[in-house]
Design a binder for this molecule. Structure first.
Ligand code: HAM
Length: 419
């Protein structure tokens, strides 16, 4: 039997209320903060991702779903949402619009990772990007928006972690110090960290192996190496966050897994579960638009994994509003009246009354059982006799009471009772 590919899941109807709820809250949040929706293709040129995310990152080295298409082009299924939005910003001349340009997306994302709880090979992200402003007040707004979004979903017990990893001016000196520090522990590092030492020094701080963790604690801190501008940016951001009443922790080991970040990086983690269950992360990427061929343009953004949000909503027992199903079921006692049933069902729907109708030839008993299982509030029963008299039986499924109502008055009666 065929199965969904490893690391992917079918989102069945029973789960859809979570997805509907989250997407709705995401759209409402974006409207409140002035973000417009953007949809970019599900695949892009491989180069776009390797150039922006960084050739030595896990995503580019090990996790991308890449292939050569029939025209010989190197293509990759989107492993994240920021680079495509930046590509679209440049391609469509959005630098000529009032800045910052604020865009959001909800989209599937593909990463060939080892599947486990909350980690998939196809997951879905809600993300947003604010492009064209380097003011730390915008960093505060982006972080506040992420916090507001989780709050509006009903999530609590979250931790906001913050760091600044500097810019192209001050980071090289920091990296030299970090490399020197780790070099003295070289023999004690895990195999991956030995490679990181030469290829991606910053990521040494992010190693989750027990044996490497103690080295990160006492490692040099990026905030001690910031240039004047980066230091000022970080100081002002801290001030704004305090004004907003957002409790944050500066975490010197927070460096993120993508190379495009500059200055501000942040993550939101559930208090139980830690880094492995991060529900969202983001930061500044002031060099990315230029790296991709645009004019030098500061920017920042955030993204959150919808599957991880659902995991946390369930853990925290947040009650999700159900998706409304039709409240009326039209049953019939004979195939001869199916015409009338079809007509009635259609006219109810056009008057915004959702209705199920039986299309097959089931016994009335079976139809009523089905209506009961669905949980509708009203059943309309139509038979030969009812057609002759121009009436139908209207049964209230909660009280069990039933009336004979003329078909002409049925709609008004239902509209009144379903309010
Ligand atoms: P990221 O941290 O790689 O950032 O992913 C964002 C979020 O997606 C994570 O915090 C996590 O909730 C979720 N996520 C990541 N990988 C998986 C997975 N394999 N399975 C389930 N959920 C996952 C980015 O992608 C950046 N583009 C965020 C950003 C936007 N930075 C600036 N703007």
């Amino acid at each position: 039997m065929y199965q969904a590919p490893r690391g992917t899941v079918d989102i069945l109807p029973a789960e859809q209320s979570y997805w509907f709820y989250i997407r709705q809250k995401a759209a409402q949040t974006c409207q409140l903060y002035g973000y417009e929706r953007i949809d970019t293709p599900i695949f892009e040129s491989t180069n776009l991702f390797s150039r922006s995310i960084g050739k030595t990152t896990d995503i580019v080295e090990k996790e991308m779903y890449s292939f050569i298409d029939k025209g010989g082009k190197q293509i990759t299924l989107r492993p994240e949402g920021t680079a495509p939005v930046c590509r679209a910003y440049i391609q469509h001349g959005m630098q000529n619009k009032p800045q910052p340009v604020k865009l959001y997306y909800t989209t599937p994302v593909f990463r060939y990772e080892r599947p486990q709880a909350g980690r998939y090979r196809q997951h879905h992200q809600f993300g947003y990007e604010a492009i064209g402003d380097n003011d730390p007040a915008l960093d505060a707004e982006v972080i506040d928006m992420a916090w507001f979004f989780f709050e509006s979903l009903g999530l609590s017990k979250l931790t906001l972690l913050l760091n600044s990893i500097g810019c192209s001016k001050c980071r090289p000196e920091y990296l030299t110090s970090l490399r020197q520090y780790y070099h003295s522990y070289r023999n004690k590092l895990c195999v991956d960290c030995k490679v990181r030492l030469d290829k991606n020094t910053l990521r040494l701080l992010d190693c989750k192996k027990e044996t490497c963790l103690p080295f990160a604690v006492t490692a040099p801190r990026s905030i001690d190496y910031l240039c004047h501008e980066c230091k000022e940016h970080f100081r002002l951001l801290g001030g704004y966050l305090q004004q907003l009443g957002l409790p944050f922790l500066v975490n010197h080991c927070l460096v993120r897994g993508l190379d495009y970040y500059t200055r501000t990086v942040f993550e939101i983690q559930p208090q139980v579960g830690g880094a492995q269950s991060t529900i969202g992360g983001g930061g500044r990427y002031d060099g990315l638009i230029e790296e991709l061929g645009g004019k030098s343009t500061p920017a920042l953004g955030f993204a959150s994994g919808i599957e991880r949000i659902i995991l946390n909503l369930k853990k925290q027992s947040v009650v999700i509003p159900p998706i409304h199903q039709p409240q009326v079921f039209i049953a019939h006692t004979s195939d001869r009246v199916k015409n009338e049933v079809t007509k009635l069902a259609s006219s109810l729907r056009r008057a915004s009354v959702g209705a199920f109708q039986t299309t097959s030839s089931k016994s009335l008993k079976a139809q009523l059982r089905q209506a009961n299982n669905i949980g509708v509030r009203y059943v309309i029963i139509i038979g030969d006799e009812e057609i002759k008299t121009g009436a139908a039986i209207l049964r209230n499924m909660t009280t069990g009471e039933q009336d004979i109502v003329s078909i002409a008055e049925l709609l008004d009666k239902l509209l009144c009772q379903l309010q």
